[in-house]
Design a binder for this molecule. Structure first.
Ligand SMILES: [Zn+2]
Length: 412
């Protein structure tokens, strides 16, 4: 078979995605497959059974990252591709899993056509990309790339106090291989765009130059609880009102800093959360993103000062915690240009862009030449049950992935 005529099997890719969408399916058409939950285990089991059916070398490392390796005809650093199986609470059917099933489809296509590559090709599922049940996100690739300490990661707890390391053991995916990077010739991650750009541009394939800098922080406010009726408005120390003012500061931050930024409060807990008690304790999260690392730092400094002023004016104690930060991560120019060229050669319209969402590719880019492939999210929606991408676009992206992987895997 002529290599440039090779294509993935779009129907088989659709069937794999549909089978995965049943695991943790929600009534609204999405999936609820939190990291290291029973649903995550179910989807991992299915993925591993498919790998086992293909005669690949399967490795599960101590972080629960799953690798399926198809040997090359030489002993050389492999080409790697993959993403994540876990989802947001009531998340979508494509975020993450498309990149794992896309990688699997690439391996299936190579195998059924008896294609011998010079380099091994590896498909990977990274543990806890979402960071929703256990914060921070992307810990599987973070530990593997040497950026995060494994014992610190094992100690992260969910809202019920369960530890990540214990949950990994409970679902049977704490493997014996060391979670340590090895030389990788090229890493490709295939993902839905999760934004509106491709749809607006009318393009099928998105090729990001890299990923935004992301800064996460947690804000804890303490005021004074009291009966709402007899307590006059004057002199209250209302933690929720302090938070309300602060949240609007976050929302206005991008226009204040020059708009090359997005900033969001996505999670809030209010205590005691009773209609007739003045709230005395509030926790909320802040997420700031931009291509410009320095702008993110300056924005956080600015916000911190505003928060302190608001808290003191309202008589509340404030504690600020910087939870997580990654600098913006440019991808490998040679690989990025290769993906753009591949999309052209296959006749798919394409668009050079930037990724506002974080991905395991952020950490991978620290250890290996890395590039990503995006396909459109209908209505630009993601991390929600209605997240959707057409099957044609899923197939198109997988074909770009196939030829990008193939090109790198044939390099001596
Ligand atoms: Zn994702």
């Amino acid at each position: 078979m002529e290599l440039d005529k090779l294509r993935v099997n779009g129907r088989r890719l659709q069937a794999s995605l549909e089978a995965m969408a049943e695991i943790g399916a929600t009534p609204g058409g999405g999936v609820h497959r939190l990291a290291l939950s029973d649903e995550d285990k179910g989807a991992r089991d299915l993925f591993v059974s498919w790998l086992a059916g293909m005669d690949l070398e399967i490795v599960v490392d101590e972080m629960g990252n799953i690798f399926g390796e198809r040997p090359g005809d030489k002993v050389l650093p492999p080409v790697m591709t993959g993403s994540h199986i876990d989802s947001q609470p009531k998340g979508g059917r494509f975020d993450g899993i498309l990149g794992v099933m896309g990688g699997l489809e690439v391996l299936r296509t190579l195998s059924e056509n008896d294609i011998e590559t010079k380099r091994p090709v590896v498909v990977v599922n990274w543990t806890n990309e979402e960071g929703s049940r256990f914060s921070p996100p992307m810990v599987g690739s973070g530990v593997w790339s040497g950026e995060l300490d494994i014992n610190w990661v094992f100690d992260r707890t969910d809202i019920n106090g369960k530890k990540l390391g214990e949950e990994l053991e409970r679902i049977g995916y704490k493997g014996s291989a060391a979670a340590r990077s090895r030389p990788v010739h090229a890493y490709y991650e295939y993902h839905v765009e999760q934004g509106p750009v491709l749809e607006c541009e009318g393009k099928i394939i998105g090729v990001p130059k890299g990923i935004f800098s992301i800064h996460w922080s947690d804000v804890y406010l303490d005021g004074t609880a009291n009966q709402v009726g007899p307590t006059p408005m004057e002199g209250r120390n209302d933690a929720l009102c302090s938070a309300a003012e602060m949240i609007l500061k976050v929302n206005k931050l991008p226009s204040k800093m020059g708009d090359n930024m997005v900033a969001t409060v996505g999670e809030i807990q209010n205590y005691p959360n009773s209609r007739n008690v003045i709230p005395d304790h509030v926790h909320f999260t802040v997420d700031i993103r931009s291509w410009d690392d320095d702008l993110v730092s300056r924005a956080w400094d600015d916000l911190r000062n505003d928060f302190k002023v608001i808290a003191s004016r309202r008589g509340c104690d404030i504690r600020l915690e910087e939870t997580w930060k990654v600098n913006h991560m440019p991808f490998d120019e040679r690989l990025v240009n290769g993906v753009l060229k591949t999309a052209d050669q296959l006749g798919y319209s394409n668009h050079f862009m930037v990724s506002g969402a974080g991905h395991d590719a952020s950490y991978m880019a620290m250890t290996a030449p890395t590039a990503m492939i995006f396909v459109p999210s209908i209505g630009g929606r993601s991390h929600v049950e209605v997240e959707n991408t057409t099957w044609e676009d899923c197939e198109a992206g997988a074909n770009v992935l196939l030829h990008a992987v193939l090109k790198s895997a044939m390099e001596g």
